[in-house]
Write a protein that binds this ligand. Structure first.
Ligand code: ZN
Length: 224
């Protein structure tokens, strides 16, 4: 199998029976290389052969929760995400679960409120008495944008409520090469990662079994 060479090999995540080691404070400025290094050190960015939450197989595993479990890292990422949007946003909106923690940190940095959307019968919705008002400028925040589908659904929901969608901010842009979304997009880092239907997966073709690193006790992987 041709090993992907875009990213350095990372050690597997720590033994789940032991508490993770407290990470070093995030560097300033938090440029793209530094963001990916935070993920790599936390075990949230690995190379190999993985099953994604969608069921597709990939050579790259990306999991933001292990980075965002550290409030100092989440706050630093939120400040970096907020940078292009100061004065342009009245409310941050994140799709649950991936947009909740980082959306809240981004809103804190912008000094605005944050609400999150949830799926109700498969459709994105604002619950819990959350609302956006007509004319409010809304920023959609995600941890990873893989297809942009969730972000576009959130944007549609916001426009239906009369809000203006300022754009989309994400920690990691994992969109397919050449893909463009009809939203102003600012990402802190980009990861070029292929994914395949299991029947077309080169990892499977080479005979290696895929890993589902987000899964414990039979739960599906939460990696993206
Ligand atoms: Zn495979």
């Amino acid at each position: 199998m041709s090993a992907p060479s875009r990213l350095p090999a990372a050690p597997p995540p720590e033994d789940p029976a032991r508490a993770p080691t407290r990470p070093a404070p995030p560097p300033e400025p938090l440029d793209a290389a530094a963001v990916l290094e935070l993920y790599r050190q936390a075990g949230g960015l690995r190379q190999g052969h993985f099953v994604l939450s969608s069921g597709r197989h990939s050579d790259t595993y990306l999991q933001s929760a292990v980075v965002l479990q550290w409030p100092a890292l989440a706050a630093a990422l939120g400040r970096a995400l907020a940078a292009p949007w100061h004065g342009r946003v009245d409310v941050v909106v994140g799709p649950a679960m991936g947009g909740v923690v980082i959306g809240h940190e981004t809103a804190a940095a912008l000094g605005v409120r944050m609400v999150f959307t949830e799926r109700v019968d498969g459709r994105m919705a604002l619950r819990r008495s959350f609302a956006v008002a007509a004319g409010e400028r809304a920023l959609v925040v995600e941890n990873v944008v893989t297809t942009g589908g969730s972000a576009l659904e959130v944007a549609e929901l916001l426009r239906a409520a009369g809000a203006e969608v300022a754009g989309l901010a994400t920690i990691v842009d994992r969109l397919p090469e050449g893909a463009a979304l009809p939203l102003e997009l600012h990402a802190l880092a980009r990861v070029a990662a292929a994914s395949w239907d299991p029947s077309d997966c080169p990892g499977c073709a080479s005979g290696s079994g895929p890993e589902a690193p987000g899964s414990r006790r039979g739960l599906p992987s939460t990696g993206r």
